[in-house]
Design a binder for this molecule. Structure first.
Ligand SMILES: [Fe+2]
Ligand SMILES: [Fe+2]
Length: 212
């Protein structure tokens, strides 16, 4: 059926976000289970409760418009989910998995924030104040969740980098060793270091290609 009115576009977007919120109600407990970090786990559990409220708000928006609540598959969100599923096949360590999950949470919140921001504006321009208010509530929760996910992500990033530094010799100490050695051996070492780095970059690129 051709779509030729702003109201039809709005209903399409409402069905789309209804699909996303319902999928997230299923998915968030699984993400909480996959998390090792206590704050991240708590964040997913808390957002699961909020997401159940988001579903109700979207259903109330359908009702306010005199429409039956229904979903429409959202390939944008399905892509994010697929990315998660594929990454988990890589069997990441607990700390890498937590870093991935906090970034995946932030990506999903960005998606929801974009969707709700344009839908609130559209509802206002259609004169649907009640609908705009309901969707604005969801938008405010998503923004707060994004802020928390990013703060957790930054902390996990710092902790991960610290762990890696203590597991491998630091660049500073190898640089100071180079300074104390002869000119010739320093240049040999720096050549082998740069070769080592480019080898590891190209192997990680080929790993990335092989997973596609
Ligand atoms: Fe939501
Ligand atoms: Fe969300």
């Amino acid at each position: 059926m051709p779509m030729n009115s702003p109201r039809e576009l709005f209903l399409h977007d409402l069905r789309d976000i209804y699909y996303v919120e319902k999928q997230l109600v299923q998915l968030l407990p699984k993400l909480a289970q996959e998390s090792s970090d206590a704050e991240l786990k708590r964040g997913f559990t808390q957002h699961h409760k909020e997401t159940q409220r988001h579903v109700k708000n979207v259903e109330a928006a359908f009702k306010a418009l005199g429409e039956r609540a229904s979903t429409e598959e959202c390939p944008g969100f399905d892509g994010l989910k697929e990315e998660h599923d594929e990454f988990m096949q890589e069997r990441p360590s607990a700390s890498v998995r937590d870093m991935f999950l906090s970034a995946a949470a932030a990506k999903t919140e960005h998606y929801e924030i974009s969707a709700y921001t344009s839908m609130v504006a559209m509802a206002r321009s259609l004169g649907e104040k009640r609908v705009a208010d309901l969707l604005q509530k969801n938008l405010s929760d998503e923004k707060e969740t994004l802020r928390k996910a990013q703060a957790i992500g930054r902390r996990l990033g710092r902790e991960g980098a610290k762990e890696q530094r203590s597991a491998t010799p630091s660049r500073t100490s190898s640089a100071s060793r180079s300074r104390t050695g002869s000119k010739r051996s320093t240049s040999t070492r720096s050549r082998s270091t740069s070769t080592g780095r480019s080898t590891s970059r190209s192997s990680s690129r080929s790993r990335a290609r092989s997973t596609r």
